[in-house]
Design a protein around this ligand. Sequence first.
Ligand code: F6P
Ligand code: MN
Length: 317
Amino acid sequence: MYREPGKSRFQLDLRRHLRSQNICNNLVHLICEIAEASKYVIHAVRTGDLGVAGTSNLYGEEQLALDVLSDRILRKRLTHSGVVCNIASEEMDEIYQAQSDGPDLYSVAYDPLDGSSLVDVNLSIGTIVSIYKGCNLFQEGRNQVAALYILYGPRVSLVYSVGNGVHEFTMNSLNEYTLSRENVTMAPCGDIYAPGGLRNKYTPGTEKFVTYLEEKGSKLRYSGGFVPDINQVLMKGKGIFFYPALKGSPKGKLRLLYELNPMAFLIEQAGGAASNGTIPILDVKPESLDHREPIYIGCAEDVQKAVEFQAACGQEC
Ligand code: F6P
Ligand code: MN
């Protein structure tokens, strides 16, 4: 288990930590259910065939692609949690209604296995989750009541916020999530950058921003997995990730509901910022389930600089 030198041997688990956050019992239950589901996801990732959907296993049963399987694991757990009304997943075309509205129910949007193509080359991947009170999933990300991700790397970690700081838990040898870092914070600016997308498709504003980063001595640190790339910036407390507007793809690639809103909530909670190049990600009103936005996310001053480079290019960008 990761433990900072000098810290006590007592391991604070996720449920106890959540209970100390002054939130509704149903939300504690919901986050714990997601944490439980992630144990089955990581089991599937570790033991599953590296096959594709439609192939058969030893027993002649149909194999599911890992992202489809992860989606089912999460959806089933959420449906049976008793505290969820609407569910949206990157793997589904429509909203799934687990139950109709009622008191103290939540809606959840998630990316069950982000970066699933990286499993074949044994790189880190993750699950990303966004939680709203009530049944409306088409709200600005600022209304999220909680956000979290689980990183399946050399270690499994869970990072969450319920609007009261950002906290990291690491899975121990008994498969329990125990507190490893509390109140993670980000420096105002940093010296690492993780740039998504093809550089020859960058707009002039983004190209100038990259040149600025290179000239100030920032190091390139990009894995191609959104969860590990964000985790690096967040846990190091410095740096910026971006997946910008590209020539031919003005909205970039990443999805607002499943990927950007939860990460923006966490990074803002840690004192960082997230922008689409014009306005904060958390102020963007979702227009559809697969709404995409460009994103610059990380240290507040670095994000501000990215926004300034976009503004300086005007319409050209
Ligand atoms: O979900 C999409 C994703 O796999 C993210 O994990 C990652 O940040 C991004 O795509 C990488 O895209 P690209 O290969 O275009 O840089
Ligand atoms: Mn994804």
